[in-house]
Ligand binder design. Structure first.
Ligand SMILES: [Mg+2]
Length: 398
């Protein structure tokens, strides 16, 4: 995928009662019945998924089976058929990939899809969503609920609002209307400990949290507080983490695996700088200029993403390449998930041209750009030669 400053259109798709729906599809006798997937009556497990018919009895996921039996004695209790669910999930992901290149499965039955580039073909976000829902129903035989918004946070909120078989589109002023009344514990990133901390201070809804000064939250909760302040206002910079992009053939890259997963943005920036320096040193030797700059990140769960950005004019400038690579870092995901590996790659390589280079960036981040020299110096001062020497890198292709 290619990063951009353009507004994004993000979709979150959540299968309705996924395991139960697959069971009902495979055995039509179960349609319309309370189906409870998790284990037979008498087993010690918990409900994994139950059909909407079972929910009417008060059964819900994570409830002990014994309790579900008491609430719904006539329910159909089934053990999990993991391979059937996994197979369906693969088929569903393949459907999503027909509509957009960036698909992030966040669990077996949920995905984020960046549909920004798909709108032209289908007319509107609603049309893309309807076509995906129709295709999933036709080919898989189950329903799903879709949320669409300017980011992952809002999209995920939307998919939960009109289940089952829902379609909720939230942009602009609707964001506050739908987000603010919700309990603060429902905000993505607010765990039980943070929720307790916030409610003890009288911050009960997401709207309450949005009215708290961001700096105060940062003081109390660190960098996570800063992100929560943004999320409470409906802001979320997290990108759709897809692992479908493939490197170009002709490229120069260096990457580094940390001894231990790191959550430290400064350390990661320092490593991006170190990798950029190595890449640029090789480019200068060959008198090459790069047309595309890519950043590779492997998260602590081994999910690996590559984001890339074309520059307007090919460049070998360390600062420009570093700034672009650093700008591709999904900082919020880094801080929340931890990083094992970062790599910098340049591609679309050409030999040096004589003409002057003009504006390099499609979307300059002006204040950051101005301070870049200072940033490089600070990173060097803080992490210095040690980290750069430690970066005994692998060269990955050329
Ligand atoms: Mg679901």
């Amino acid at each position: 995928m290619t990063a951009s400053c353009e507004p994004r259109i993000i979709m979150h798709v959540d299968m309705d009662a996924f395991f139960a729906a697959i069971e009902q599809r495979n055995n039509p006798d179960l349609k319309g019945k309370p189906v409870i997937v998790g284990g037979p009556p008498g087993s010690r497990g918990v409900v994994s998924t139950c059909s909407y018919e079972a929910r009417q009895y008060g059964v819900h996921s994570a409830m002990p089976i014994a309790q579900a039996v008491r609430l719904c004695p006539d329910g159909v209790f089934l053990t999990l058929d993991s391979s059937a669910y996994t197979f369906a999930a693969h088929q569903i992901k393949a459907i999503f990939l027909r509509f957009a290149p960036a698909v992030q499965m966040v669990s077996i039955d949920e995905a984020f899809i960046d549909i920004t580039g798909s709108i032209g073909q289908y007319g509107s976000p609603r049309e893309v969503a309807l076509e995906i829902k129709r295709t999933v129903f036709r080919e898989i035989g189950i329903t799903c609920s879709v949320g669409i918004g300017p980011n992952k946070l809002i999209a995920k909120l939307g998919s939960g609002l009109e289940k089952p078989d829902g379609l909720t589109i939230i942009f602009g002023e609707d964001i506050e209307k739908r987000l603010y009344p919700l309990p603060v514990g429902q905000l993505w990133g607010v765990g039980p400990v943070t929720e307790k901390h916030l409610t003890s201070k009288g911050i009960n809804t997401i709207g309450d949290l949005a009215r708290v000064d961001a700096k105060q939250l940062q003081r109390e909760l660190g960098v996570n507080g800063l992100y929560l302040a943004g999320r409470a206002r409906g802001i979320d910079d997290g990108i759709v983490l897809d692992d479908n992009s493939r490197p170009d053939e002709k490229s120069i890259s260096h990457e580094y695996t940390f001894d231990r997963d790191t959550f430290d943005l400064n350390q990661i920036h320092a490593m991006i700088l170190a990798m950029t320096e190595k890449v640029v040193a090789r480019m200068q030797k060959g008198e090459w200029l790069a047309g595309t700059i890519a950043l590779r990140v492997r998260f602590s769960d081994f999910k690996t993403i590559t984001r890339q950005k074309a520059v307007r004019e090919p460049t070998e400038d360390l600062r420009a390449i570093f700034q672009t690579a650093r700008g591709l870092l999904p900082s919020q995901d880094v801080v929340s998930q931890g990083v094992r590996l970062v790599g910098v790659r340049v591609s679309h390589i050409v030999h040096r041209h004589s003409e002057n280079q003009s504006e390099l960036f499609d979307c300059p981040i002006s204040s950051k750009s101005r301070n870049l020299g200072d940033t490089i110096k600070q990173l060097r001062d803080k992490f210095g030669d040690a980290i750069i020497t430690r970066a005994g890198t692998r060269i990955v292709g050329k």
